[in-house]
Design a protein around this ligand. Structure first.
Ligand code: SF4
Length: 473
């Protein structure tokens, strides 16, 4: 039975003991038992963002017990971007391994971009509805609860699979934010803070959370509880503001579950390495195992232009300590709207972080990929190495360019499969005479060909006969 033929959510069906087609699909990809996935969804430890209206969706599961997922943010701004540009970014993000894509468009074309992205995306699409609402008013103070709810409803009907809603940032938290070095760096958080200060009223997303739940339950929109108070620099990490909001997010998780709405929780931000474990564990306890979706964390503030690396370092550690999904960060973070190359670099960096964590957490198939590429490396099977690489095109480009520059390889487009013994059994890093893997293989061959060599090899592993010095290579 597929939830998408009903009006019930994956969570409601899982709780009723139904294993949906989406749950079977997730189990198959994750190499897990479908009942394990159903139980995880029922408990709220796994979410399957799958809006009833997103027709060409390939469902994925997000949860600590599953492989680490990554998200890529795309979308235009008022100053840059268009439908064709954002669709190219969508294709690039998916090509390099994004499991979900968030459309964060804030420019005038936002509704058309969102519609086009949903129609062409097989991966779940997320949004931040307050951006769309903000587009329709002059100032943050002009927003209203009605406009926010209408926008959420419109996007739910359009097929958005998950929505970031900063419902946990409360008016009383603002006094903590005042003490920060960078204050509020989340766009949604900053908009709501201004609204609360102007109207002296509580966050409308919090005040009307039951109405939000009604909409999300009707269309099976997963709520991604946004962290409007995520720290934007190391000095603000793990502070009173961040943790006060997290307490509220934990309570909202329970309200979501009670209403049959799937929920995950968003996390920091900028966090020094030594505080990442504590952050992940605190979320896990306060939010009762709800999937943690983290932005970075960026582990140093000093590397503008390289924040895909600073965030991948934090993301790997975050995922190792239990985060379920990493939001990519591109090299343009803090500097500008990412272009196609930035999207590719950001996705691959996040993919590396996620895979490293999956290897360490023993996720099915993760370590096997590393062992397979290592075998291909020692066999100088370049094509297999490229196939197994997290970015095959980059590996192929580099190999081809290196051979071309050194004058040892072919220089035509047919280089894709570089052949010939002189070019295959080394690379330009060490060259043929210093290629350690080649030298070692020649050593093994000599050893095999040396009279008595086979006998020596056979006895090397024997505990009864310790190796003699002359046995060593
Ligand atoms: S030349 Fe050096 S870097 Fe290249 S394959 Fe051989 S050992 Fe590895």
């Amino acid at each position: 039975m597929d939830a998408r033929t009903t009006t019930r959510t994956q969570l409601q069906l899982a709780k009723a003991g139904v294993t949906t087609a989406a749950m079977h699909a997730v189990a198959s990809v994750e190499r897990l038992d479908a009942e394990f996935v159903r139980a995880g969804v029922a408990a709220g430890r796994i979410v399957i963002p799958a809006n009833h209206h997103h027709l060409n969706l390939r469902p994925i599961g997000i949860g600590t017990d599953l492989c680490t997922k990554i998200n890529a943010n795309i979308g235009n701004s008022a100053l840059s971007g268009s439908v064709p540009t954002e669709l190219r970014k969508l294709r690039t993000a998916i090509q390099y391994g994004a499991d979900t894509v968030m459309d964060l468009s804030t420019g005038p074309d936002a509704p058309r971009i969102r519609e086009a992205i949903i129609a062409r995306s097989a991966v779940p699409i997320g949004t931040v509805p307050i951006y769309d609402a903000m587009r329709q008013v002059e100032d943050a103070a002009d927003l209203s609860a009605d406009l926010l709810l209408t926008t959420i409803d419109q996007q739910a009907r359009q097929g958005v699979d998950y929505m970031t809603l900063h419902a946990g940032l409360l008016r009383q938290h603002l006094r903590h934010a005042e003490k920060r070095l960078l204050g509020i760096v989340s766009r949604g958080g900053a908009i709501l803070a201004k609204w609360m200060c102007r109207h002296r009223r509580q966050n409308p997303l919090y005040a009307h959370f039951d109405d939000v739940l009604d909409i999300c339950a009707r269309h099976d929109v997963t709520i991604s509880l946004g962290d409007g108070l995520r720290p934007g620099c190391l000095a603000d990490a793990s502070d009173a503001a961040q943790y006060a909001e997290l307490d509220v997010l934990g309570k909202l998780v329970q309200r979501c579950r009670k209403a049959g709405v799937q929920a995950m929780v968003e996390g920091p931000g900028h966090i020094p390495l030594d505080q990442i474990q504590e952050n992940m564990e605190r979320e896990h306890v306060l939010c009762d195992g709800a999937p943690f979706y983290i932005l970075g964390p960026v582990v140093t503030d000093c590397a503008p232009g390289y924040d895909h690396i600073t965030s991948a370092i934090g993301g790997a550690l975050g995922a190792y300590y239990g985060a379920a999904m990493l939001c990519y960060v591109t090299p343009k973070e803090h500097l500008g709207l990412p272009n196609l190359k930035d999207v590719r670099d950001g996705v691959v960096a996040a993919k590396i972080a996620a895979h490293a964590a999956d290897v360490a957490r023993g996720r099915p198939g993760a370590r096997e990929r590393d062992d397979a590429i290592s075998r291909a490396r020692v066999e100088f099977d370049w094509e297999r190495q490229f196939t197994l690489a997290l970015d095959p095109e980059r590996a192929r480009e580099f190999r081809r360019a290196a051979l071309r520059e050194s004058g040892t390889g072919h220089t035509t487009p047919q280089d894709a499969t570089i052949s010939g013994p002189e070019t295959t059994h080394y690379c330009t890093m060490c060259g043929p005479r210093f290629c350690s893997m080649r030298l070692f293989q020649e050593s093994l061959r000599l050893r095999r060909e040396t009279p008595g060599g086979k006998r020596q090899v056979a006895t090397t592993g024997s505990r009864a006969k310790p190796r003699r010095r002359s046995d060593s290579l």
